[in-house]
Design a protein around this ligand. Structure first.
Ligand code: ADP
Length: 219
């Protein structure tokens, strides 16, 4: 919910994923309570995160003492299966409204969802899929925004250079929409029917995943 977007967040597990998340939230002005059971990890982040605590998140009393039940949102960023699942189930028991969890495998993801985590991310798997789209070199960036809908950053294919988008027939032929264009040394602006693409432009294109991929193959 947008109105809750800046509510304080509990981040549990401060490995690479959890610490980056906690630091980025802090940088963006969100109050964070960050918890890890290893004192060294917690000490290493001192001064950079609003509230830090050393505690075992699989211990219900410890979570209660830290005031975790008062939070609207929590993230479980523990890779160890048992600790991650136990922690997520305690957060469900504490009726945290918005629980996010990191999974390290599809099986882990299924269990976390069954336990009641509201959102489960698989960072390594998702990043692997994303990089697969980038390593070919045709795409400058790729984001699957829904199961079968993507936004890509790419260069205009030769055949669409010098032609107003409105006359290009792009949407009819490929089912994709050029959303925005960045001319050399300029910022991105929204594309209109009059926009003409040039060599050197960077474009954002949206559409069904298979359609944007087919379009990207032209570049
Ligand atoms: P990453 O791959 O993001 O580095 P890890 O799974 O290696 O993630 O790190 C998870 C972090 O979670 C570690 O810093 C670890 O100390 C912490 N952790 C593991 N178990 C618990 C627990 N029961 N309570 C709190 N923190 C935990």
């Amino acid at each position: 919910m947008a109105e809750r977007s800046n509510d304080p967040v509990v981040v549990i597990g401060l490995g690479r994923f959890g610490s980056s998340l906690a630091l980025e939230l802090t940088r963006r002005g969100t109050e964070v309570l960050a918890i890890d059971n290893r004192p060294k990890i917690v000490q290493g982040l001192a001064g950079n995160i609003t509230h830090l605590a050393t505690a075992d998140a699989t211990d219900l009393d410890a979570l209660q003492q830290l005031g975790v039940p008062d939070f609207y949102r929590a993230v479980v960023a523990i890779g160890d299966l048992e600790a991650s699942i136990l922690t997520a189930s305690l957060l469900v028991e504490l009726e945290i409204d918005d629980i996010w969890a990191k999974a390290v495998s599809q099986q882990h993801r299924r269990i976390l969802s069954r336990v009641g985590a509201h959102h489960v991310v698989l960072p390594e798997h998702d990043m692997g899929e994303r990089v697969a789209h980038l390593v070919g070199g045709r795409l400058l960036d790729y984001m699957e925004v829904d199961e079968n809908f993507a936004l890509i950053k790419t260069r205009p294919p030769k055949e669409y250079v010098g032609l107003p988008l409105g006359e290009s027939g792009l949407r009819r032929k490929y089912g994709v929409t050029v959303v925005a264009v960045k001319k050399e040394n300029e910022e991105f602006t929204y594309a209109t029917a009059d926009t003409e693409l040039s060599y050197g432009d960077i474009i954002l294109v949206s559409g069904r995943t298979d359609q944007v991929e087919r379009f990207a193959d032209l570049s």
